[in-house]
Write a protein that binds this ligand. Sequence first.
Ligand code: NAD
Length: 632
Amino acid sequence: MAITPRDTNTGGLRGKRPNFCGFRAASPRSVCRGRAVDDFTSMPVAMMDPEIAANERRKYACECPIEAELARYGRPLHMPAKPAAPPRAPRGTSRSARSWDAEAAKRMLMNNLDPANAVDWEHLVVYGGSGRAARNWHEYAKLVRTLDELAPDETLCVQSGRAVYVAKTHEHAPRVLLANSNLVPKWATQANFDELDRMGLTMYGQMTAGSWIYIGTQGILQGTYQTFLAAAEKHFGVPSLRGKLVLTAGLGGMSGAQPMAVTMNEGVVIDVEVRAERVERKVREGYLDKMTASVDEALAWAKAAQASGKASSIGLVGNAADVFPEFVRRDVIPDLVTDQTPAHDLGAYVPRGELGELDELRSRDLAEYHRRSLEAIAAHVTAILDMQKRGAIAFDYGNNLRAQAELAGVSVRNPDRSFKYPGFVPAYIRPLFSRGLGPFRWAALSGDEKDIRVLDAELLRVFPDDEGLQRWVKLASERIPFLALPTRICWLGYGDRAKFGDAMNRLIHEGKVSAPIAIGRDHLDCGSVASPDRETEAMKDGSDAIADWALLNFALNTASGASWVSFHHGGGVGIGNSLHAGMVVVADGTAERAERLDRVLTVDPGIGVVRHAIAGYPEAEATVAEKGLRLP
Ligand code: NAD
């Protein structure tokens, strides 16, 4: 296979999906992998498997069965080097590394791969498809060892999960710099990436997998809570969904957070899920109050809960492509309608019909299954548009449902090519991004849940007037179980992040929090991501695909002395579609750290506020004026 540039015939930007299907293959092996044969290459020819295997064994002076791993996993993982016991971060207040920054990076790397967090730790996968924390098991061991040995004036460089260089820097520099999955834009196709991954040259870092700040389902739940809270404030003028009905679908990995997120906002939700066992599981886990397979019963329960103002979540077993049109026929129009079925993948979305027969169809005739999925998606989205016409507020929840419906022939766009109903970022999250708000989070390196409880109480004390935050912290502390190292997520904005960072540092200094705290965030944040189909969809000034902001964010966090800083490609929406940066800064209770925390936690959201102010968002312009950000 030759690694070739992506098809440059990508069409326009806003509102059009680029045509990225120009993968080219030259060698018979690649043709066997089912890719289209095309013309020439201007990159070095990719290697055949025996050569890859020989290289890998030479690199690590090992005898790992790479040919078998390539056949089985599509990449060299060096499985014989996997530790006997799964990774688990050390706990406690003493460290083996030479600085708390390096100790924190080591603990968080191990914590990402703790089975309580990672979906598939044995293959180094943390979450989100193949989002990994280290390139292979030899590299994992090398990363842990190097972090333990790293001097307080050295910086470890990590190239897509591989420790490559210990640079002499200075004490105030980041201890780790990470670059994950980056490709030169013209070559940034999934096919090229997969080939380079197979050659052991890169890894998919997703957003927080390769940057060592993943915190499990709590991160998703809070974002979903925040989205419904923002929807309530925008459409109903109050920070509550009390008495309102939300209709949605999907009760899987991420989608399963929806019912709890709605009830945390005091609303009533009917969540349609085609697989009864998924609904049962969510009831068992406490994410969902009750279930039924009867539309009549679900509607009666919802009506009663709305009338009494009680929060309630109802799982309705059924197919969204049947149930949503049935609601329209009965003229049942919810206040909010959305969807989180896996519509981004036509093989995972479930068409109408009997589940057993559909499973059989999928393995027998995938093309026909895809056609049936598109047919069902057409009915599903037509019903959402009908509900919207009759007064429901509709939004897309980042699963590509609208674009799939367009493929199925549904008219989903206005004459100016904008979507008839918006994505969740332009609809609700952008005003928050404009004020520097985003998924701020922290982990107690001690492993002691009490540290998080102390910080929960401090949050309530420091932000007494923030009603949404007060409710979130109380509910999160009651309802969310701790997984792996104890963590908390809490969307905080410009000014408030620095304020709370200072409070955390003070509590460590006073001994009320027992050990340092790793403070970070998702890459889905106000100033750190360029992703035209999601975070930067429909920017006011048309700057959806401008990625300079993510690079400036990476550089600013490095210059300001974050503890580790990362720059990634392809997180969330896949290779070719996004560029984004991450940062983590450790609070250790010292005066030196108070200064660094203030710098990092100010400029990190600061560049986000500026990015939105320059794009013309009034909330960002107001934040600039109110908080005194300096624009040249
Ligand atoms: P999942 O596969 O774990 O769960 C999806 C659920 O939908 C499954 O339980 C499945 O049985 C059900 N389902 C499939 N077709 C259905 C149909 N026609 N009617 C009713 N139920 C149906 O996936 P997930 O992790 O929950 O994610 C769902 C989607 O949401 C994905 O496309 C994901 O990318 C997207 N997502 C986006 C964001 C974001 O942008 N912030 C966040 C979360 C999820």
